[in-house]
Design a protein around this ligand. Structure first.
Ligand code: TEU
Ligand code: CA
Length: 561
């Protein structure tokens, strides 16, 4: 029997520093702003914060292109300010985990600058260089952000691999020197007192032997790297080595962002035997609503069929039970806003459906992650001009799919961008109804969502019935009710396309969680589970209990004993 670890009972709040709180009127959120708002996160009840990258970076991909792992990007502040943030968080009982981006660096990192100088450079093998094949790219891999994953470098007549933008060259993890350099860097962060790492695309660090071509979908120019690169032959060796050389030094929380991972891979990455990471971010449940045309990947605007979502989430709940651990999330800085995507952001349903989604997710087994503003029910940006978007993935996709390859017309693409763009979740945090929502007194780096006068922290804290306070209760329930952590998951009625109901079974008790995923009033009987039981309503998103009648987006948690 596994003993419960602190990170299994934790709730993580994700802060996207750029968009959280600006304190010096430059329109960019900063570290001092996070420190200022720690009390807010404490009030919500999360006990861990994950910070998106705050390291030195030319910002070709908002900090995911790092030019110096040991310094703080001046636009966010200084190392001293970071230490203050860490100390104050610790005083409040909040841990801080850092984003670790080591699949690639910035092309402005010293290592790459040196690497590209000559074929004999001391750092040449820090990156993945290949000769042209028949005058073009070494293979047909596409970048996650459109176009080829290879860039030709005139200076030495070779291509380098970049799975993301050109300015994000991939590191060569096959080199022991690269690995040790990274592990040393991680150790310096552990020494600075941080509490863990969220490891960016860690499933991509080991490339398949021989870098073989992938399949090219109809209409596409390059193969989808996500189908060929993830979970390479040495990835588990590398992570186990990291465990030995870094992670075992402290009681850290580690979460691997594992694009392209399935349950079988996750059993290794996130095994409870402690040999690799604590948990993963898997992408399956946030890919079910992607375009059926593989050439268009995420770009689409249809909602997921609830039966598919149930089948997928249930698979993860069941197969990891007792052997591995998962994280639970609806959104992050790469995903659209949860309430707009999985719920219903029309004014009459927004709050109810946001609470329903939270119930559905937070009562599952795993460690929940709340993305900033989710606890307010912040919605997609609904920008209608391409110019209002900043995200490189979005801009590149428009350029390639519409302008270059003519796979889709501009109007349709704008609809897809409104549904799927990463900027939907990157608009500044909505604190109050003053100018720019209290995020900045300057010009914000990205436009705010126009609904901030209504949807903001001040409003939420005034209203005892707000989404915020509902999240607060869910978090307390996780801390106080062991079944939330340990109960065995059991899906009820997989064919029900409107209601997502499940049990978390204990030895003599259980939780029954019921979620109406629609705007309809429905009738459902769960008496076979409640018969002969003492039934307690622990939490619900309507004030009264109408029994077998489920109102639009109604969510209930019962304790059966
Ligand atoms: O994202 C990795 C990733 O593969 C996807 O989530 C991707 O961003 C997109 O959603 C695919 O459609 C991580 C970071 O979270 C992201 O912000 C970075 O841009 C990326 O890695 C590169 O570092
Ligand atoms: Ca600032």
């Amino acid at each position: 029997v596994n003993t419960i670890k602190w990170w299994q009972k934790s709730v993580v709040y994700q802060v996207y520093p750029r968009s959280f709180q600006d304190t010096n009127a430059d329109g960019i959120g900063d570290i001092a702003g996070i420190t200022q708002r720690l009390d807010y996160i404490k009030t919500l009840g999360a006990n861990v914060i994950w910070l998106n990258p705050i390291y030195a970076s030319p910002n070709k991909d908002n900090g995911y292109d790092i030019s110096d792992y040991d310094s703080i990007n001046p636009e966010f502040g200084t190392m001293t300010e970071f230490k203050t943030l860490l100390d104050k968080a610790h005083q409040l009982g909040i841990k801080i985990i850092m984003d670790l981006v080591v699949n690639h660096t910035s092309d402005q990192h010293d290592w790459f600058i040196e690497s590209r100088q000559s074929k004999n450079s001391d750092k040449r093998d820090f990156y993945i260089w290949r000769d042209p094949v028949d005058g073009h790219e070494p293979n047909n891999w596409g970048s996650y952000f459109s176009g080829s994953a290879w860039k030709f470098d005139e200076a030495t007549g070779q291509y380098y691999l970049h799975l993301f933008v050109d300015e994000q060259p991939d590191l060569n993890w096959e080199s022991q020197r690269v690995r040790d350099t990274i592990f040393d860097m991680m150790n310096r962060w552990v020494d600075r007192g941080i509490d863990g790492f969220r490891m960016d695309v860690i499933s991509l660090i080991s490339k398949p032997d021989g870098l073989p071509d992938g399949h090219i979908a109809d209409g596409a120019e390059y193969s989808n790297s996500d189908k060929i690169v993830p979970n390479g032959p040495h990835v588990h060796d590398y992570i186990q080595e990291m465990r030995q050389k870094v992670l075992n030094r402290a009681d850290l929380i580690t979460v691997g962002e594992t694009t392209g991972v399935n349950v079988e891979n996750a059993l290794k990455y996130a095994n409870l035997d402690g040999s690799e990471l604590n948990m993963v971010f898997e992408m399956e449940h946030v890919s079910l609503d992607h375009n059926p045309n593989p050439a268009l990947q995420r770009w689409y605007d249809q909602k997921v069929d609830l039966r598919k979502l149930k089948a997928n989430m249930s698979k993860w709940q069941n197969k990891l039970y007792g052997v591995a651990w998962n994280s639970l999330f609806w959104g992050n800085h790469d995903q659209p806003r949860a309430v707009s995507r999985f719920g219903d952001d029309r004014p009459e349903y927004r709050e109810r459906s946001a609470k329903m989604l939270a119930t559905l997710l937070h009562m599952q087994q795993g460690t929940p992650y709340i993305y900033q503003g989710e606890e307010l029910g912040m919605t997609n940006a609904h920008f209608d001009q391409l110019d209002d978007y900043d995200d490189v993935e979005t801009k590149n996709a428009y350029h390639y799919l519409v302008e270059r390859d003519h796979l889709i017309d501009g109007e349709t693409m704008m609809r897809y961008i409104q549904a799927q763009s990463r900027d939907n979740s990157r608009t500044p945090m909505q604190w109050d109804n003053t100018n720019n929502a209290g995020f900045t007194t300057g010009k914000p780096w990205l436009k705010l969502n126009a609904n901030y006068p209504k949807i903001n922290v001040t409003e939420s804290l005034k209203n005892p019935d707000s989404i915020f306070y509902y999240y607060q209760k869910l978090i307390q329930l996780r801390y106080n009710e062991p079944l939330v952590t340990t109960g065995k998951y059991q899906l009820i009625d997989e064919d029900d396309a409107a209601v997502y109901a499940y049990l978390r079974q204990g030895k003599d008790d259980a939780l029954l969680v019921i979620n109406n995923f629609t705007d309809q009033t429905l009738t459902r009987h769960y008496t076979q589970y409640t018969d002969q039981k003492h039934v307690d309503l622990l939490l619900a998103n309507y004030a009264d209990d109408t029994g077998e009648t489920l109102r639009p987006y109604e969510a209930r948690i019962y304790k059966l004993s």
